[in-house]
Write a protein that binds this ligand. Sequence first.
Ligand SMILES: Nc1ncnc2c1ncn2[C@@H]1O[C@H](COP(=O)(O)OP(=O)(O)OP(=O)(O)O)[C@@H](O)[C@H]1O
Ligand SMILES: [Mg+2]
Length: 406
Amino acid sequence: MWKRIFGGKQQPSNGGYKFGNTHLIELRRVIKTYETAAGSFTVLKNVDLQIDRGEFVAIIGKSGSGKSTLINMLTGIDRPTSGEVLVGDAAIHTFSEGQMAVWRGKNLGIIFQFFQLLPTLTLIENVMLPMDFANMFSPSERPKRALHLLEQVEMSEHAYKLPSAVSGGQAQRVAIARALANDPPILVADEPTGSLDSKTANAVFVLFEDLIKQGKTIVMVTHDNDLARRASRAVIVVDGEVTNQYVSHALPHLGVDQMTRVARQLKRELHEPNATIVSQGDTADRFYIITRGAVDIFLPHPDGQEIHVDRLTEGQYFGEIGLLNGDSRTASARAYPDGEVEVATLDREGFSILLQESDQTQVVLERMRQARLERDQRTLVNGADRSSGNGTPKVTTPAPESVEIE
Ligand SMILES: Nc1ncnc2c1ncn2[C@@H]1O[C@H](COP(=O)(O)OP(=O)(O)OP(=O)(O)O)[C@@H](O)[C@H]1O
Ligand SMILES: [Mg+2]
């Protein structure tokens, strides 16, 4: 299927896809401005977004922040005022309406909050519709395939009913079967569980998880924090800007509102290769999340040398030890030598509000602090061995993933 759709590139080679894009979905500097009677209104402000094949991405943010506008850029339902939208080998912002319809019919499955099944067609006819439109599969194959898809969503026994004769959750499952009609590699869903009760929403979500296992890529707008957390990544939209995706990776226990607030308080810092970001002994005044590149952590050793104890990468954080201790920095942090490093910083006040508001975050950060202090202790002991001639220090560093709440 991938051969057919993306010109035989299972994985992009080093050059990436046709337009130099290396991610399956890339939005580059996308701006969307609406002209209204009250003047022009910019809804998306220079959005950059990358999504890889096989990812399950949740788009979260407050009402009116621009989530639907953002995913309408991916589906071509709406067009950017400027910027590029690249999906595989397609530059969809350049497509005519006709090209867009053909491309969309084959490559995307789209799911909305309110199912949008055609009321006069039976469920199986609704599922066959995209195959008819895109002229996919032979006419005799279509009913069989539609029935098979209805089976996948456990709706085959209702195949010949009209949409009005089934429940909301059932209708949404049919809408998912319809989205899968042409076996698209990408599913885009705008609040697909928004009109469902939590049990039904969960069943729909489980279906999405299955589709991810089958290799699909899913981009889903949701208001539901719990569901967003179960996706592989959450992208937060704040006032038409995509806040750095690594914030939600670093602090996965925050709710949407807290995440939005933290994202607003973050300041971006750039550091040259090898630049010192934090010096041991300095007063701890900020919390750091790495948003590009990597950061090396060094401990001072009594013999005057520095010991490299860890390398942290995108989505990992540092600086919590000094802030939690209410004390000075216990280690130094330097930008790695391979390129510029970007970090998002939260000041002391923002950090303490964060802890007050999220008990889970507090627990996780506290555990990380403990784990890192123990690591430092072990390193210093091993480092002492080294200075007494017992070989190189053996350093074990705790991965943040290993510090989870049971
Ligand atoms: N066609 C349009 N013309 C003018 N303004 C628009 C248009 N479509 C959306 N907007 C405005 O753009 C902003 C973002 O809208 P959007 O629908 O993307 O928000 P959202 O994050 O999906 O919100 P919700 O969670 O309520 O669905 C809103 O202020 C909205 O009023
Ligand atoms: Mg919306």
